[in-house]
Design a protein around this ligand. Structure first.
Ligand code: BES
Ligand code: ZN
Ligand code: ZN
Length: 482
């Protein structure tokens, strides 16, 4: 799919040659490219500014039939994501022009070239499984042209970049899938099928074993649905490792709110509520493909939150797997219930060095940070900082949120050990994180609330509308740095 070449650009036979262009500097010393950019800059509509695009047909000096110039703005301000974005846009233009392949010109710095490769692969993803008429076809070959002295180094990076992009796309497809096609049993089967092809051990825990393990919070949330809850455990265990990491992902395949039914448009996109589980499953599969050197265990509680005569009720008190009792103040705060049991189970069974949970947990987090940032909650400032730093690198951005002990009062219940919803509606994302912390015991832990960035109702440069696959690139980068 992704190829590196150092052949003479002038001779390169391609339908579309894409050249990223800075407004105020040369990214490439290649004389063929320099000449082409001079030509492009002679048109008043193209200055190399962010968003500028110019297509030349049958340009002089190259065999390529089209040359596309994409502006990335001023060199000082350009970062890896400028190149991810430029590459995604170029691939979209190539697809529109009914091309099956594209050649990119290198753009200097290693991080820029890597980002360009990522943007191209991610931008080549279409979610068209449910369309009869698939007029757009993804490209089948993406080539990046680099200086011959750097060809080997870039070629070595290809398989890792391909793996992480495949993982992101896998997560996106799961999230974008309609909720009638991913009820807990179906989603479990789909995960097992995808993971089966890799070096992973999978346990699909059914309702009987969920009961045996006393995962009563998971059972309570699933009680209203005709499809029984599941818990899938994926274990990646390389021959040699010293750290054990547990990743827990919220897998609510549809969140109607339950008896506290979500009003109005709030319910519309709630197929996305399993994005944490999708990101964790795809991360495990990617980690196995990349042969990451840590043991990683993915724990995925899968459930549908529906109203019915059997549904759990506001006012119910549930005895969770940990023994702690929870008073249900709102059945729409179901994610923290299933995570409470899954986190407790993960710690009890695997005693990990670090546990991270990923969840579309609260509208409050989306309200606070918008749809481009996830909230990171941890008592360990170093762990939070590392996740924030991986977020900067991958552009899956995270913001460290506070965990104030005195806010715990919000969760006090008069008749049970704890309530599932704070007494005040303010600080809802923090209240949810503090709720989870009650089930973590002494393990080093971070919670990532992806309610904002997991799903997008409009396409951007390298992601179609729907699931974004947020979390896969972030977690793989974090795991790689451990
Ligand atoms: N799945 C939602 C959170 C959510 C909101 C995810 C928007 C993605 C986009 C979660 O289960 C939920 O309903 N949370 C409630 C909690 C409230 C009842 C305390 C919320 O955020 O309103
Ligand atoms: Zn909910
Ligand atoms: Zn939910």
């Amino acid at each position: 799919m992704l190829h590196i070449t150092a052949e003479d650009l002038a001779q390169c036979e391609t339908g579309l040659l894409a050249i990223p262009v800075c407004e105020d500097a040369n990214l490439s010393r290649n004389p063929v490219v320099v000449k082409l950019i001079d030509r492009a800059m002679s048109y008043p509509e193209f200055k190399g500014g962010v968003g500028d695009e110019l297509m030349l047909y049958d340009a002089e000096g190259v065999s390529a039939s089209r040359v596309l110039f994409i502006g990335v703005g001023k060199k000082e301000k350009a970062d890896p994501d400028s190149f991810r974005t430029a590459a995604g846009k170029a691939v979209k233009r190539a697809i529109q022009s009914r091309q099956r392949e594209i050649v990119f010109c290198g753009c200097g710095k290693k991080a820029f070239v890597h980002a360009m490769m990522e943007g191209a692969l991610l931008g080549n993803h279409l979610f068209d499984f449910y369309k009869q008429d698939r007029e757009k076809k993804p490209l089948s070959k993406i080539t990046v042209h680099v200086e011959s002295s750097r060809q080997d180094a870039f070629a070595q990076a290809v398989s890792g970049i391909e793996a992480v992009c495949r993982g992101t796309i896998m997560a996106r497809d799961w999230v974008s899938a309609p909720p009638n096609d991913k009820r807990p049993d179906m989603f479990a089967r789909s995960i097992v099928k995808a993971a089966d092809m890799e070096n992973l051990t999978i346990v699909d825990i059914d309702e009987r074993n969920i009961r045996k393990n006393k995962l009563n919070a998971l059972l309570a949330v699933g009680a209203g649905s005709d499809t029984r809850p599941r818990m899938v455990v994926i274990d990646y265990r390389p021959d040699k490792y010293d750290k054990t990491i547990a990743l827990v992902g919220k897998g609510v395949t549809f969140d109607s709110g339950g008896l506290n039914l979500k009003p109005g448009s709030g319910i519309t996109d709630m197929k996305q509520d399993m994005a944490g589980a999708a990101a964790v499953a795809a991360t495990l599969i990617t980690a196995a493909r990349m042969e990451i050197g840590h043991r990683i265990i993915g724990i995925l509680p899968l459930v549908e939150n529906m109203p019915s005569g059997n549904a759990y009720r506001p006012g119910d008190i549930i005895r969770t797997a940990s023994g702690k009792t929870v008073e249900i103040a709102n059945t729409d705060a179901e994610g923290r219930m299933i995570l409470a049991d899954a986190i407790f189970y993960a710690v009890k069974q695997y005693n990990p060095d670090t546990l991270i949970d990923v969840a579309t947990l609260t509208g409050a987090c989306k309200m606070a940070l918008g749809n481009k940032f996830a909230g990171v909650f941890s008592f360990d400032a170093r762990l939070a900082a590392r996740l924030v730093s991986s977020g900067k690198k991958t552009h899956e951005r995270c913001w460290a949120m506070p965990m104030p002990e005195d806010y715990r009062d919000m969760l006090k219940s008069d008749i049970a050990d704890i309530r599932n919803v704070g007494k005040s509606r303010w600080g809802g994302a923090i209240a949810a994180a503090l709720f989870l912390s009650e089930f973590v015991q002494d393990v080093n832990w971070a919670h990532i609330d992806i309610a904002g960035p997991a799903f997008s109702d409009k396409a951007d440069a390298y992601c179609p509308s729907g699931g974004t696959g947020f979390g896969v690139r972030l977690l793989i980068d974090w795991l790689g740095g451990l």
